[in-house]
Design a protein around this ligand. Structure first.
Ligand SMILES: C[S@@+](CC[C@H](N)C(=O)[O-])C[C@H]1O[C@@H](n2cnc3c(N)ncnc32)[C@H](O)[C@@H]1O
Ligand SMILES: Nc1nc2[nH]cc(C(=O)O)c2c(=O)[nH]1
Ligand code: SF4
Ligand SMILES: [Mg+2]
Length: 215
């Protein structure tokens, strides 16, 4: 079917929309339900949540990263054979993710997001939402109904009951993960293992890409 002139204008406008991009890379999803799958990651700049253990603090500034258009991001993503894109950050929901995700979906990608849910608006069209709430800033509760997986970083024993509280607010189909904070594995892993054995609706997510020494 031929597009009418209005559609062409919308497509052009969408393609020109820009985002601050810290990095993008084709790798293996290291965490959660899609662990082990080839995925193209787009890491957007900007985060004001302030997790002291954050493993990508370089992403926090919003205005120091190169700005890229949807058209460029799409072209770069299409250069790889995988058709799964993970939008992460930083906190990706600081940006209007509508233009980027519509373009990616039009091009045949599955769209996944990694988010703390801290946002004034929850934008984008998503095949998979990983919600990773943080004690340092409350999420927009609009994220709850959209959540496909809950992934709580365990940096202290009290993070486990805190994760259980979040799980009660989610759709029943949501997958539930506890992920040890990378530098606290010796202390947290035994607690997480015991918890999951006693609460088998939960699973462990370890950051497998770090063991594999890939991005
Ligand atoms: C860097 S964050 C970016 C996306 C978003 N800001 C968020 O926090 O969900 C990506 C994932 O890494 C997790 N993460 C960050 N630092 C970590 C660490 N030191 N150990 C384990 N997981 C970590 C986050 O909780 C989140 O699930
Ligand atoms: N391989 C790989 N898997 C990941 N899953 C979530 C990540 C993120 O930083 O959002 C991440 C990442 O940085 N690398
Ligand atoms: S919300 Fe995500 S990117 Fe922001 S500080 Fe926390 S872990 Fe890092
Ligand atoms: Mg990471």
């Amino acid at each position: 079917m031929q597009s009418n002139p209005k559609d062409i204008k919308t497509d052009v406008k969408r393609a020109e929309f820009t985002y601050p991009v810290m990095e993008s890379f084709y790798t293996i999803q290291g965490e959660g339900k899609y662990q082990g799958h080839a995925a193209y990651f787009i890491r957007l700049g900007g985060c004001d949540v302030g997790c002291h253990w954050c493993d990508v603090k370089e992403s926090w500034p919003v205005d120091t990263h190169p700005v890229k258009s949807v058209a460029t991001l799409l072209e770069e993503a299409l250069a790889h054979p995988g058709r799964l894109v993970v939008i992460t950050g930083g906190e990706p929901l600081m940006h209007d993710l509508g233009p980027l995700t519509v373009a990616l979906k039009d091009a045949g990608f599955r769209t996944h997001i990694e988010t703390s849910g801290v946002a004034t608006a929850i934008t984008g069209i998503w095949d998979w939402v990983c919600f990773s709430p943080k004690k340092f800033k409350a999420p927009n509760e609009g994220i709850l109904a959209l959540t496909n997986e809950l992934k709580v970083v365990v940096n202290h024993p009290s993070d486990i009951p805190w994760a259980q509280e979040w799980s009660t607010k989610l759709p029943t189909h949501a997958s539930l993960y506890l992920q040890p904070e990378w530098s606290k594995q010796d202390q947290m892993n035994p607690l997480i293992v015991d918890f999951v054995k006693a609460n088998p609706s939960w699973q462990i997510s370890v950051q497998t890409h770090k063991f594999l020494q890939i991005p």
